[in-house]
Ligand binder design. Structure first.
Ligand SMILES: [Zn+2]
Length: 156
């Protein structure tokens, strides 16, 4: 006799899909359990990578539309830059600086020349740009985190 719950059709939950993908329980074998866990973690990573890639493309399109845009207050422009920058951070992306070509954080800050703030490409050692509206923005990979680079003694 078939149980009623088996026949019920509806959207499959993440949990159900995860259990099904995982297969039957591993029992007590530690290596098998570790293998299954690792495989499941990789599957989550792969799924995230697909989602991230899609989000990155979407942000690229939004940036095309944002070119030349600006709010009429410093606070609002700062918010716009912060929102973009934190999203890029999550996606492992940076804005490509049009001047030096290096990955940069995109920021807006007060400027003596721009009433509502200026948009900059912020590097750790220097800053480029300074426009009153959002410039053309290209996205690049964030690259290795230079802040955490261990200092190695130079070989003589
Ligand atoms: Zn630059």
């Amino acid at each position: 006799m078939e149980s009623a719950s088996r026949r019920r059709k509806g959207p499959e939950s993440e949990e159900t899909r995860y259990r099904r993908d995982l297969g039957p329980p591993a029992g007590t074998n530690a290596t098998v359990a570790a293998d299954r866990g690792l495989e499941a973690l990789r599957r989550v990573s792969q799924r995230l990578a697909v989602t991230d890639a899609r989000a990155g493309k979407m942000v690229g399109r939004i940036l095309t539309d944002l070119k030349g845009a600006a709010f009429e207050s410093l606070a609002a422009n700062e918010r716009l830059a912060r929102e973009l920058n934190s999203l890029l951070d999550r996606l492992g992306l940076r804005a490509k600086c049009p001047k030096c070509g290096e990955p940069a954080r995109f920021v807006c800050s007060a400027s003596s020349r721009m009433k509502n703030g200026a948009f900059f490409f912020y590097h750790t050692s220097t800053t480029h740009g300074g426009t009153g509206t959002v410039p053309a923005l290209k996205l690049v990979s964030k690259g290795p985190d230079k802040r955490r680079k261990p200092e190695r003694p130079k070989k003589s």
